[in-house]
Ligand binder design. Structure first.
Ligand code: ITT
Length: 203
Protein backbone atom coordinates (compact mmCIF):
# COMPACT_ATOMS: atom_id res chain seq x y z
CA UNK A 1 0.00 0.00 0.00
CA UNK A 2 1.42 3.37 -1.04
CA UNK A 3 0.28 6.67 0.41
CA UNK A 4 -0.05 9.41 -2.19
CA UNK A 5 -0.80 12.98 -1.19
CA UNK A 6 -3.10 15.10 -3.34
CA UNK A 7 -1.60 18.58 -3.41
CA UNK A 8 -4.76 20.67 -3.47
CA UNK A 9 -6.75 22.99 -1.27
CA UNK A 10 -9.91 22.06 -3.18
CA UNK A 11 -11.87 19.46 -1.20
CA UNK A 12 -14.09 18.65 -4.19
CA UNK A 13 -11.05 17.57 -6.19
CA UNK A 14 -10.07 15.19 -3.37
CA UNK A 15 -13.55 13.62 -3.42
CA UNK A 16 -13.45 13.18 -7.20
CA UNK A 17 -9.95 11.70 -7.34
CA UNK A 18 -10.75 9.34 -4.46
CA UNK A 19 -13.80 8.08 -6.38
CA UNK A 20 -11.65 7.59 -9.50
CA UNK A 21 -9.23 5.42 -7.49
CA UNK A 22 -12.17 3.43 -6.11
CA UNK A 23 -13.54 2.87 -9.63
CA UNK A 24 -10.10 1.73 -10.84
CA UNK A 25 -10.19 -0.91 -8.13
CA UNK A 26 -6.80 0.07 -6.74
CA UNK A 27 -7.86 1.08 -3.24
CA UNK A 28 -5.85 -1.83 -1.81
CA UNK A 29 -2.75 -0.40 -3.52
CA UNK A 30 -3.16 3.35 -3.19
CA UNK A 31 -4.27 5.38 -0.21
CA UNK A 32 -5.09 8.92 -1.27
CA UNK A 33 -4.36 11.44 1.48
CA UNK A 34 -4.84 15.18 1.62
CA UNK A 35 -1.65 17.23 1.61
CA UNK A 36 -3.04 18.97 4.69
CA UNK A 37 -2.93 15.70 6.64
CA UNK A 38 0.82 16.13 6.41
CA UNK A 39 1.23 19.93 6.39
CA UNK A 40 -0.55 21.33 9.36
CA UNK A 41 -1.14 24.72 7.84
CA UNK A 42 -3.17 25.82 4.87
CA UNK A 43 -0.87 28.80 4.48
CA UNK A 44 1.86 27.31 2.35
CA UNK A 45 1.83 29.71 -0.56
CA UNK A 46 2.24 28.27 -4.03
CA UNK A 47 2.57 30.82 -6.78
CA UNK A 48 0.71 29.31 -9.72
CA UNK A 49 2.43 31.58 -12.20
CA UNK A 50 2.72 29.12 -15.09
CA UNK A 51 1.16 29.85 -18.44
CA UNK A 52 -0.27 26.36 -18.96
CA UNK A 53 -2.15 23.80 -16.92
CA UNK A 54 0.82 21.47 -17.09
CA UNK A 55 3.24 24.12 -15.80
CA UNK A 56 0.99 24.92 -12.85
CA UNK A 57 0.31 21.29 -12.08
CA UNK A 58 4.05 20.57 -12.01
CA UNK A 59 4.67 23.68 -9.86
CA UNK A 60 2.15 22.42 -7.27
CA UNK A 61 3.43 18.82 -7.24
CA UNK A 62 7.05 19.97 -7.04
CA UNK A 63 6.48 22.51 -4.28
CA UNK A 64 4.48 20.22 -2.02
CA UNK A 65 6.51 17.10 -2.83
CA UNK A 66 9.67 18.89 -1.72
CA UNK A 67 8.03 19.96 1.53
CA UNK A 68 6.71 16.56 2.57
CA UNK A 69 9.28 14.30 0.88
CA UNK A 70 6.60 11.80 -0.08
CA UNK A 71 4.84 10.97 -3.37
CA UNK A 72 2.30 13.58 -4.41
CA UNK A 73 -0.22 14.07 -7.17
CA UNK A 74 -1.55 17.45 -8.23
CA UNK A 75 -4.27 18.80 -10.48
CA UNK A 76 -4.42 22.07 -12.36
CA UNK A 77 -7.59 22.60 -14.29
CA UNK A 78 -9.94 25.15 -15.76
CA UNK A 79 -12.73 26.04 -18.14
CA UNK A 80 -11.92 27.35 -21.63
CA UNK A 81 -14.56 29.08 -23.71
CA UNK A 82 -13.70 29.10 -27.40
CA UNK A 83 -15.59 32.29 -28.39
CA UNK A 84 -13.90 34.15 -25.50
CA UNK A 85 -10.40 33.14 -26.65
CA UNK A 86 -10.14 30.46 -23.97
CA UNK A 87 -11.30 32.66 -21.07
CA UNK A 88 -11.26 32.08 -18.06
CA UNK A 89 -8.69 29.36 -18.83
CA UNK A 90 -5.65 28.92 -16.62
CA UNK A 91 -7.02 31.72 -14.45
CA UNK A 92 -10.37 29.97 -13.84
CA UNK A 93 -10.07 29.94 -10.06
CA UNK A 94 -8.74 33.51 -9.90
CA UNK A 95 -11.48 35.08 -12.06
CA UNK A 96 -13.66 37.18 -9.67
CA UNK A 97 -11.81 35.43 -6.86
CA UNK A 98 -13.88 36.76 -3.96
CA UNK A 99 -17.29 36.16 -5.55
CA UNK A 100 -19.38 33.02 -5.14
CA UNK A 101 -19.44 30.74 -8.19
CA UNK A 102 -23.09 31.63 -8.89
CA UNK A 103 -22.07 35.24 -9.43
CA UNK A 104 -19.08 34.25 -11.53
CA UNK A 105 -21.27 31.98 -13.70
CA UNK A 106 -23.87 34.75 -14.13
CA UNK A 107 -21.09 37.06 -15.29
CA UNK A 108 -19.89 34.50 -17.82
CA UNK A 109 -23.43 33.92 -19.09
CA UNK A 110 -23.92 37.66 -19.56
CA UNK A 111 -20.58 37.90 -21.41
CA UNK A 112 -21.99 35.23 -23.75
CA UNK A 113 -25.46 36.69 -24.09
CA UNK A 114 -25.20 37.37 -27.82
CA UNK A 115 -22.75 34.64 -28.65
CA UNK A 116 -24.07 31.67 -30.59
CA UNK A 117 -20.85 29.68 -30.57
CA UNK A 118 -21.12 27.99 -27.15
CA UNK A 119 -18.17 25.61 -27.56
CA UNK A 120 -16.03 25.10 -24.47
CA UNK A 121 -13.86 22.53 -22.76
CA UNK A 122 -12.51 21.73 -19.34
CA UNK A 123 -8.82 20.80 -19.19
CA UNK A 124 -6.97 19.04 -16.40
CA UNK A 125 -3.24 18.48 -16.03
CA UNK A 126 -2.48 15.72 -13.54
CA UNK A 127 1.04 15.26 -12.20
CA UNK A 128 2.73 12.54 -10.15
CA UNK A 129 5.94 13.48 -8.37
CA UNK A 130 8.00 11.02 -6.35
CA UNK A 131 10.99 12.94 -5.05
CA UNK A 132 12.72 9.93 -3.53
CA UNK A 133 12.81 7.99 -6.80
CA UNK A 134 13.18 11.00 -9.10
CA UNK A 135 9.97 10.39 -10.99
CA UNK A 136 7.81 13.13 -12.45
CA UNK A 137 4.96 12.35 -14.82
CA UNK A 138 2.48 14.92 -16.05
CA UNK A 139 -0.33 14.57 -18.57
CA UNK A 140 -3.34 16.53 -19.73
CA UNK A 141 -6.88 15.58 -20.69
CA UNK A 142 -9.94 17.51 -21.82
CA UNK A 143 -13.69 17.15 -21.98
CA UNK A 144 -15.43 19.04 -24.77
CA UNK A 145 -18.92 20.47 -24.62
CA UNK A 146 -20.92 23.69 -24.65
CA UNK A 147 -21.88 26.51 -22.31
CA UNK A 148 -25.53 26.34 -21.23
CA UNK A 149 -27.86 29.35 -21.38
CA UNK A 150 -28.62 29.17 -17.67
CA UNK A 151 -27.22 27.81 -14.42
CA UNK A 152 -28.48 24.26 -13.91
CA UNK A 153 -27.94 21.77 -11.08
CA UNK A 154 -25.95 21.71 -7.88
CA UNK A 155 -23.69 18.66 -8.23
CA UNK A 156 -19.95 19.02 -8.55
CA UNK A 157 -18.28 22.37 -8.03
CA UNK A 158 -17.00 25.50 -9.76
CA UNK A 159 -18.43 26.00 -13.25
CA UNK A 160 -20.14 22.58 -13.43
CA UNK A 161 -23.70 24.03 -13.59
CA UNK A 162 -23.02 25.86 -16.88
CA UNK A 163 -21.10 23.15 -18.72
CA UNK A 164 -22.89 20.57 -20.90
CA UNK A 165 -20.55 17.74 -21.98
CA UNK A 166 -20.81 16.58 -25.59
CA UNK A 167 -23.38 13.81 -26.04
CA UNK A 168 -25.49 14.89 -23.04
CA UNK A 169 -28.33 17.35 -22.47
CA UNK A 170 -27.61 17.91 -18.79
CA UNK A 171 -24.88 20.04 -17.25
CA UNK A 172 -22.17 18.57 -15.00
CA UNK A 173 -24.18 20.21 -12.22
CA UNK A 174 -27.12 17.95 -13.09
CA UNK A 175 -25.33 14.73 -14.03
CA UNK A 176 -24.49 12.22 -11.28
CA UNK A 177 -20.89 12.27 -10.02
CA UNK A 178 -20.27 8.79 -11.45
CA UNK A 179 -20.97 10.03 -14.98
CA UNK A 180 -18.89 13.16 -14.50
CA UNK A 181 -15.98 11.02 -13.28
CA UNK A 182 -16.24 8.72 -16.28
CA UNK A 183 -16.09 11.46 -18.91
CA UNK A 184 -14.55 14.51 -17.27
CA UNK A 185 -11.13 16.06 -17.83
CA UNK A 186 -10.14 15.04 -14.28
CA UNK A 187 -11.61 11.55 -14.60
CA UNK A 188 -9.72 10.91 -17.82
CA UNK A 189 -6.46 12.47 -16.59
CA UNK A 190 -6.27 10.59 -13.28
CA UNK A 191 -7.47 7.35 -14.85
CA UNK A 192 -4.65 7.54 -17.36
CA UNK A 193 -2.10 8.63 -14.75
CA UNK A 194 -2.87 5.85 -12.25
CA UNK A 195 -3.20 3.22 -14.99
CA UNK A 196 0.25 4.22 -16.25
CA UNK A 197 1.79 4.15 -12.76
CA UNK A 198 0.39 0.68 -12.12
CA UNK A 199 1.26 -0.82 -15.50
CA UNK A 200 4.82 0.54 -15.21
CA UNK A 201 5.09 -0.91 -11.69
CA UNK A 202 5.87 2.56 -10.34
CA UNK A 203 3.34 2.09 -7.56
P1 ITT B 1 -5.80 23.97 -6.03
O1 ITT B 1 -4.97 24.91 -6.87
O2 ITT B 1 -5.43 24.07 -4.58
O3 ITT B 1 -5.76 22.57 -6.53
P2 ITT B 1 -8.07 25.34 -7.17
O4 ITT B 1 -9.56 25.12 -7.03
O5 ITT B 1 -7.58 26.75 -7.07
O6 ITT B 1 -7.34 24.40 -6.09
P3 ITT B 1 -7.09 25.27 -9.88
O7 ITT B 1 -6.05 26.31 -9.66
O8 ITT B 1 -6.72 24.06 -10.68
O9 ITT B 1 -7.63 24.67 -8.50
O10 ITT B 1 -8.36 25.96 -10.52
C1 ITT B 1 -9.34 25.17 -11.02
C2 ITT B 1 -10.58 26.00 -11.22
O11 ITT B 1 -11.14 25.69 -12.50
C3 ITT B 1 -11.64 25.60 -10.20
O12 ITT B 1 -11.55 26.38 -9.04
C4 ITT B 1 -12.91 25.82 -11.00
O13 ITT B 1 -13.22 27.16 -11.04
C5 ITT B 1 -12.51 25.40 -12.40
N1 ITT B 1 -12.69 23.94 -12.58
C6 ITT B 1 -11.72 23.02 -12.74
N2 ITT B 1 -12.23 21.79 -12.82
C7 ITT B 1 -13.55 21.92 -12.68
C8 ITT B 1 -14.62 21.03 -12.65
O14 ITT B 1 -14.42 19.70 -12.74
N3 ITT B 1 -15.85 21.50 -12.53
C9 ITT B 1 -16.05 22.82 -12.43
N4 ITT B 1 -15.11 23.75 -12.42
C10 ITT B 1 -13.85 23.31 -12.54
Amino acid sequence: MIEIYLATSNKEKIKEVDKIIEKLNIKQKVKLCSIFDEIKSEFVYVDENGETYTENSVIKAWRYGKIINKPVVSDDSGLNIVALDGFPGVHSSRFMFNSPYRVRMKTILSMMQNIEDRKAYFACAATYFDIENNILISLEERVYGTIAYDIRGSNGFGYDPIFIPKGYNQTFGELPTEIKNEISHRGKAFNRLFTHLISSSLI
